[in-house]
Design a binder for this molecule. Structure first.
Ligand code: PLP
Length: 422
């Protein structure tokens, strides 16, 4: 039977179909992306999109919230259990909104924040000038040391003493090593600052206890349920109970109106799934895959920023070779998706960059294991070093196609082969 969408809007349905095939037929190594289980799609595509429920469970501004209240409470309670937190807010539309919610809860415009430099792996929302976080607040940035490429905690301390921030942000979008939350806590205490840990990328690894949890150290922890959590499109805040009231008010009515209830349902489901042995096994495989992909590239002579990875991602240094932009384009042309990325102390501007960022959460979700990572690593190495050679590119493109046909996504192998005319 034809889907309703195909009947009603063929033009749009065609593009959804094209995107499904694109997702199937490319090797997805963009570190922030993932493939959610079909049940997440079901929850997030549900009739909850019809409802308004401003406010919080038991104190709403709309009638008819009895089921929504149960759903939102499920999400809150599961998040608290999963992360051992006293308080959770499941309403942020996104990771950036979760951070804004924290800022709005405890800062006044003009207050000072200290976050990780975006040039060294930090995130836009940690105080960059082009973001609201750097326009409404005074911001300073710390980075990594030039030799080890791990966070320069001495610099964090000296900047904190010099600028007396009200809030310090730890957490990153392109950092492959563990973060020392106790060190951040000590520095925050020395200068009387709040500590926010933004674990957007690594929340799944923290939930599976493969990385240390920031929850015991931070006043606030934000994350997304996309990325390694493999769940809803949306943001989250967990915190100590004493901040609960302020955060609730900051999210609604402070920075948001009605929240996205179908995403809240998908968050509740995401947390339930994250409590299973399957999820832990999945997270373990993500790290194994990341470390193996990293080693495969190292064996082929590539330098990895910070010498390796403790999580799902790492940066490949291409200095002296092609630019990150050229590498991204060349890999995309054969069906491997990565993103260009600055490396610490990069000599090139951000539009070109000297690195690429690779992550394994998505391909692990498709079932890829170590042998697959070795294959992918070898394809990447060949294409980056012999990219002028048309026969190398043609061969790589074929290998990617064959590879993808082995890991069908939301389709059976037969359906995928039929869809691509194989
Ligand atoms: C991805 C990311 C976010 C942003 O999340 P959105 O849902 O895209 O708003 C926030 N912080 C960090 C560290 C991230 O990596």
């Amino acid at each position: 039977m034809l889907s309703k969408l195909t009947v009603v809007d063929r033009e749009l349905a065609d593009q959804l179909h094209n995107e499904l095939i694109r997702q199937n037929m490319t090797i997805e190594l963009i570190a922030s992306e993932n493939f959610v289980p079909p049940v997440i799609l079901e929850a997030q595509g549900s009739i909850l999109t019809n409802k308004y429920a401003e406010g919080y469970p038991g104190r709403r501004y709309h009638a008819g919230c009895e089921h929504i209240d149960v759903i939102e409470t499920l999400a809150i309670e599961r998040a608290k259990t999963l992360f051992g937190a006293e308080y959770a807010n499941v309403q942020p539309h996104s990771g950036v909104n979760a951070n804004l919610g924290v800022y709005f809860a405890v800062l006044k415009p003009g207050d000072t924040i200290l976050g990780m430099s975006i040039d060294h792996g930090g995130h836009l929302s940690h105080g960059t000038k082009m973001s609201i976080s750097g326009r409404f607040y005074k911001s300073f940035a710390y980075g990594v040391t030039q030799d080890t490429e791990v966070i320069d905690y001495d610099q964090v301390r000296s900047l904190a003493k010099q600028h007396s921030p009200q809030l310090i942000v730890a957490g990153a979008s392109a950092y492959s090593r563990q973060i020392d939350y106790a060190a951040f806590r000590n520095i925050a205490d020395e200068v009387g600052a709040y500590l926010l840990v933004d674990m957007a990328h690594i929340a799944g690894l923290v939930a599976a206890k493969l990385l240390p949890s920031p929850v015991p150290y931070a006043d606030f922890v934000t994350f997304t349920t996309t990325k390694t959590m493999r769940g809803a499109r949306g943001g989250m805040i967990v915190a100590r109970q004493e901040f609960g009231d302020k955060i609730d008010k900051a999210l609604f009515p402070g920075i948001q109106g009605g929240h996205i209830l179908q995403a809240v349902a998908a968050k509740a489901l995401c947390f339930k799934l994250a409590m299973t042995d399957d999820f832990i096994a999945y997270q373990q495989q993500i790290v194994k895959n990341s470390q193996l992909l990293c080693r495969t590239l190292q064996k082929s002579g590539f330098r990895i920023v910070a010498g390796g990875t403790d999580n799902h991602l790492f940066l490949v240094d291409l200095e002296g070779m092609l630019t990150g932009k050229a590498a991204e384009e060349r890999l995309a042309a054969i069906g491997i998706m990565v993103n260009k990325n600055l490396i610490p102390y990069d000599s090139r501007p951000p539009v070109h960059a000297s690195g690429i960022r690779l992550g394994t959460a998505a391909m692990t979700a498709r079932g890829s294991k170590e042998d697959a990572m070795e294959e992918i690593g070898n394809i990447i190495a060949r294409v980056l070093t012999n990219g002028q050679d048309e026969s190398v590119l043609a061969d790589a493109k074929n290998r990617v196609r064959e590879f993808c046909l082995h890991y069908p996504l939301y389709l059976t192998t037969t359906e995928l082969r039929a869809a691509v005319g194989d």
